[in-house]
Design a binder for this molecule. Sequence first.
Ligand code: ADP
Ligand code: MG
Length: 622
Amino acid sequence: MAKILQLDPHVADLIAAGEVVERPASVIKELMENAIDAGAGMITVEIKGGGMTYMRVSDNGCGIAPEDAQTAFLRHATSKLRDEKGLEAISTLGFRGEALAAIAAVSKIELLTRETGTDEGTSLSVEGGTVKAKTIAGCPEGTTMIVRDLFFNTPARLKFVKTDKAEGAGVSAQVICCALSHPEVSVRYIRDGKEECHTPGDGRMDSCIYSLFGREFAGGLLNAATSDGDVSASGFVSTPACARGNRSYQFFFVNGRYVKSKTLQAALEQAYKNALFTGRFPSCVLYITLSPCDVDVNVHPTKTEVKFLHEHQVFDSVYYAALSALENERGGAEIKLSEGTKELLHTAAPANVSDISAYEQPNRGVIHSQPNPGDKLPRAYGSPGYSNRAPSAPETYVYKPVHDNTKVSYKAQDENAAADDGYSEQNLLESSDSPAYRRFVGEALGTYILAEKGGSLWLIDKHAAHERINFDRLKNKMQVTMSQTLIHPAIVDLGREDTALLTENGPLLDQFGFSVEAFGETALAVREIPSEIELDDVDALLGEIAGILRHGGSPDDGLILDALMHSIACKSAIKAGKRSEPLELEALIDRVLSGEIRYCPHGRPVAIELTKTMLDRQFKRT
Ligand code: ADP
Ligand code: MG
């Protein structure tokens, strides 16, 4: 007897359905995409119990003609693709004609639809792929699909379904992606009777983002845009200060389709290289537009993976969009809301985003508080709304390490300014030409430098600024300028594993100014340390380096080197909480106020500007 038999069409349908319909979120994705393809201006999504028992998607799109209603549920039945040629330039979200067949195969569906401009609608119910009833029905123009009891006939699938909370969060994430993908469509989302979000549908990306994620997220975004004619990228990227502990807020859309792409993710993150500490990720909402012929969306049944014909072009477009946003963030990039949007936002609750990221990635990052758009708060240097500054003047100060056993201080090279130790309280940084006028006012709380420049008072985080300078120097030279030899070797007990690891990586440590050798099995004898490091910090620094090497893979890896440099830069920076030499602080002011340094290696802003107008207003002088 023949062993190979063609599968029963019903079994084949169930297998195919498995590829498209994995969980409630996949159903919502397909139904919302169909609504968008149908030209809807409004979509309502409603779910109950995480979506397993009840999901509804209603739209005011073109509707389905009575004679097409049944066909729509057949496999490979579509109105969006006619022939092979059409496959080369897909401009709709759907085209495979699979979704309705797949959903119908594993659930109980009710369709209610009326074509635009016709008098009669159609009601159709399908259960496990079989049509149960079809009648004429009175209903509004557009389409409503109600999906009940997902996987009722596929117990194997049911086993993989998570809790209602988790599946509901998956649906929420999907709704957000679809809503973001088309800001011209108003999306309303109701979960267990509660409205979770409602986008205005006014075509503005900013108001769409605001209504979904709220003020805090929107306030930390910068405008980003590039175009080289063939490919354009526009939207928003986060300020380094608003980086997160995961990538769940990176949204990329290619020709209106939400996609997951390593290329786009890498391009974005490359732009933030050195502005963010390892383990912190930028957020974005970026819309990439290119000819449909240059992107293949037919890579996977769920269509979230894409292939680009000219990958480097797309990479560049995202990279430069993000990079120029970061460079120009002072150019009024903050999100300004239209009056209509503001009004709407008062009535619409932002989506429960914590839910979404909990679903995407459990280790959710902290949202840093940012000045709100429109609020009269001090602007962080490098945050939206900061006015553009002239590029840095030729350096007046150069760092020269001066050894004082283990302590290093900096001297200014400008002879007039730094008559050796003749530090005078005032005007060390003053110069006669007024645009470069700046004055060291003092140090506050052992942490912040106060300086005056251009009609503003500046608060500079001295540790953050110094850390950045150290990092850049290490990065540029790839080595420290000097080591200091300790009179007595320091014995550092790091345990067996870390001792072995650091001894093995002797040449790497050498590069950073350390000279170490094993001292027994569990300790190191340290003979030389980088000149900027204090003896007290050596233990902790070597421990950190061992930690980085332990978890980070090969020491040739750029990321590991960056992490090592971050650690050394941090340890060699002047410390918050301790008073510093005024000369050290002045040198920092110069570098910061020239615009050279904006963020510490962890992405935090290094300075805050308080304009005279702001202060006058606070004191009611104006
Ligand atoms: P595809 O979207 O790939 O064409 P689907 O199985 O999702 O395949 O849908 C089949 C067809 O049903 C679509 O091509 C479209 O003509 C019709 N259809 C589905 N949903 C809607 C809707 N919400 N409004 C109008 N037509 C729809
Ligand atoms: Mg479809």
